[in-house]
Design a protein around this ligand. Structure first.
Ligand code: NAG
Ligand code: NAG
Ligand code: NAG
Ligand code: NAG
Ligand code: NAG
Ligand code: NAG
Length: 560
């Protein structure tokens, strides 16, 4: 009945067809049972396509998947190493999964996300009647009622996906002050799975940690400057920070409409392309999305192993690589070797290909001016938009007072800093200085930054290691970044402190490689990242530390 199914193959690269393309898969870490029944995918690594195959073949249901992922979340969230990746789970998920199972049986699947559980960063809204909060990790928003699902959530539900829960994050997407990455009042200190107490990076920290050890296959994060790229990098994942305006921010607790963007944090470029194809698109509730091209491409068509052949990839060294202590020797060595791989894949590496604005960029404080003003205006609008908020907080000023009035919840020892909230509250609004700073951001990031380098050197993309300040030009420009695994800190790495409760770097901690481009070039960047990923398979070179790997598998829940 299953023919020469890919489930039967042990330890080999297996091929399947995605939209007419042959895609390498695996290695599939499963064994054919003695009964001759096809084996189940290992949830640590199972891809969206693996899960769809099993669901289509009737090996398991979406209800089974929800049960297995819930059990895995409990294993590492509550017991074990307390990674604190997930803030809450969806009490309606089993019911929704049963409906998706019934629909699949009756009518077939809607698409590749039908019946697939998805974890959302806790700043992405879901309607309260479903049973989950939307709080950005803050007690000031506990039991608040949002008016509607976020735009990206509407698209996911229409595609048949099931929201599994909400991921922990750096509170308010880390726009709060100098508190450690991965900490929120509600979720506590989240930690990475590659070393005990590892800094998970943020602010989409829980999304990254959850994807890294298979608490779910698909997560969404948000980025304003680094918040998808960095947790992708530090958790050994594939992530896309889309062009601002490709994915809707309606219903996302904001920092800045000029820089915020929603994107996938997953284990492979293929899964990232599948998810982006669903969540991208115009939304009347986010007018930035109206500027995107009329047709959302099927990004899976970009998944070609020869995508780098004949392309020109630039290395903007000045101030992003060549300043002492910006990146360490481990990352620098891995990056130089990645450039060799990119050449082997048929690309011309143009090195250096500096941003004309590099020097001014590092000296510029324009980004902070814009974010402070946007945050105050947009967060106030968020509080105003709520149907109700039991905490009584209605504004940024109220939020600061709420935190001070509830120090045991929001300002525990070593997590007291609210300096960014306070600085933002002090701004006067969208005055001439704001518009001047925004114009400088666009000039430094776009016209004298990324676009200038791309045009001058006739490049298809730029490449940089993910660590360092490498996200900021794209952040102020609103341009896309795609990150894939690059390497791991070696076993003899000296462990350093990253916060009161976290360490970085440490032995085995991962780091990533980023491809960057101009607006709406995700299709090309996905191809380049896929070619590199398929050549190197770095993610599979090292696993999380044993206690951080949950043991529950589908076999433990099927029929129970
Ligand atoms: C929000 O969190 C509270 C406290 O954990 C919980 O009682 C409630 O059910 C959650 N969901 C909603 C929609 O308030
Ligand atoms: C979106 O709408 C707001 C007002 O509702 C306006 O200030 C802003 O300029 C618009 N942005 C774009 C990109 O159209
Ligand atoms: C903003 O950028 C411009 C251009 O580099 C620079 O002259 C100006 O000093 C910057 N402003 C701030 C506040 O950093
Ligand atoms: C750590 O090990 C690597 C080999 O993995 C070696 O090249 C390096 O010199 C060592 N570093 C230290 C500080 O011992
Ligand atoms: C935490 O804060 C206390 C004082 O507020 C300080 O003495 C201590 O060093 C801090 N701990 C860490 C790990 O930063
Ligand atoms: C779903 C889940 O495990 N939530 C936990 C998140 O972390 C808080 C604080 O540690 C726990 O109280 C929740 O149970």
């Amino acid at each position: 009945m299953f023919g020469l199914s890919r489930w039967m193959v042990l330890g080999y690269w297996v091929s399947v067809t995605v939209h007419g393309l042959v895609q390498p898969r695996g290695p599939v870490d499963v064994v054919e049972g003695l009964t001759g029944k096809p084996a189940l995918p290992d949830l640590y690594e199972a891809s969206v396509l693996d899960l769809q195959d099993g669901l289509d073949a009737g090996l398991f249901t979406s209800v089974d998947l929800i049960k297995a992922y819930f059990a895995r979340i409990d294993e590492v969230n509550l017991k074990g190493p307390e990674l604190r990746a997930v803030i809450e789970t969806n009490p309606s998920a089993i019911m929704q999964a049963a409906a998706m199972d019934a629909e699949r049986k009756a009518k077939g699947k809607r698409g590749l996300l039908h019946g697939i559980p998805i974890l959302l960063k806790d700043n992405i809204a879901t309607v309260a009647v479903e049973g989950m909060n939307t709080t950005a990790g803050s007690f000031s928003l506990l039991k608040s009622v949002v008016p509607d699902d976020a735009g990206v959530v509407k698209r996911l539900r229409k595609a048949g996906a099931i929201i599994l829960g909400k991921a922990n994050l750096s509170e308010f997407a880390h726009f709060r002050g100098n508190v450690a990455s991965g900490w929120s009042g509600r979720g506590g200190q989240g930690t990475g799975a590659y070393f005990p107490s590892a800094d998970p990076c943020g602010s989409s920290s829980g999304s990254g940690v959850a994807a890294s050890i298979g608490l779910v296959a698909v997560t969404l994060g948000t980025e304003t400057d680094g918040s998808i790229t960095c947790p992708t990098s530090q958790n050994n994942l594939a992530g896309i920070k889309p062009t601002v305006g490709l994915t809707s921010r309606a219903g996302v607790i904001p920092i800045s409409s000029n820089q915020d963007t929603v994107g996938p944090i997953v284990r492979s470029v293929t899964d990232a392309a599948i998810v982006l194809s669903v969540i991208a698109g115009k939304d009347p509730n986010d007018n930035f999305t109206l500027a995107q091209p009329d047709v959302v491409p099927d990004y899976t068509r970009a998944l070609k192993k020869d995508a780098l052949a004949g392309k020109r990839i630039g290395v903007p060294r000045k101030f992003f690589l060549d300043v002492p202590n910006i990146i360490d020797e481990t990352v620098a060595a891995a990056f130089e070797s990645a450039l060799e791989t990119i050449k082997e894949l048929g690309a011309t590496v143009v090195d250096p290909a500096d941003l004309p604005s590099a020097e001014e960029f590092l000296a510029s404080n324009n980004e902070t001016i814009v974010l402070d003003v946007d945050f105050k205006i947009e967060l106030n609008a968020w509080f105003e938009s709520l149907v109700e908020n039991p905490s009584g907080v209605r504004s940024l000023a109220d939020l600061i007072a709420f935190n001070d009035a509830n120090p045991e919840l929001e300002e525990p020892t070593n997590f007291t800093d609210q300096s960014e909230l306070i600085e933002s509250q002090a701004t006067s609004g969208k005055d001439a200085a704001y518009f001047q700073a925004l114009a400088f951001d666009h000039e430094l990031g776009r016209t004298r930054g990324i676009d200038a380098a791309l045009q001058h050197f006739r490049l298809d993309a730029l490449v940089l290691p993910a660590p360092g300040f490498t996200t900021s030009p794209a952040a102020v420009a609103g341009y896309p970044i795609i990150t894939v695994p690059l390497g791991f800190y070696p076993d003899n790495t000296t462990i350093q402190s990253a916060g009161p409760l976290t360490v970085y770097p440490a032995p085995g901690v991962p780091f990533g490689l980023s491809f960057l481009g101009t607006a709406f070039t995700e299709f090309n960047l996905i191809g380049f990242a896929f070619a590199y990923e398929q050549k190197t398979h770095t993610r599979l070179a090292r696993k999380a530390f044993p206690e951080a790997i949950p043991k529950t598998q589908l076999a433990n829940v099927i029929g129970k």
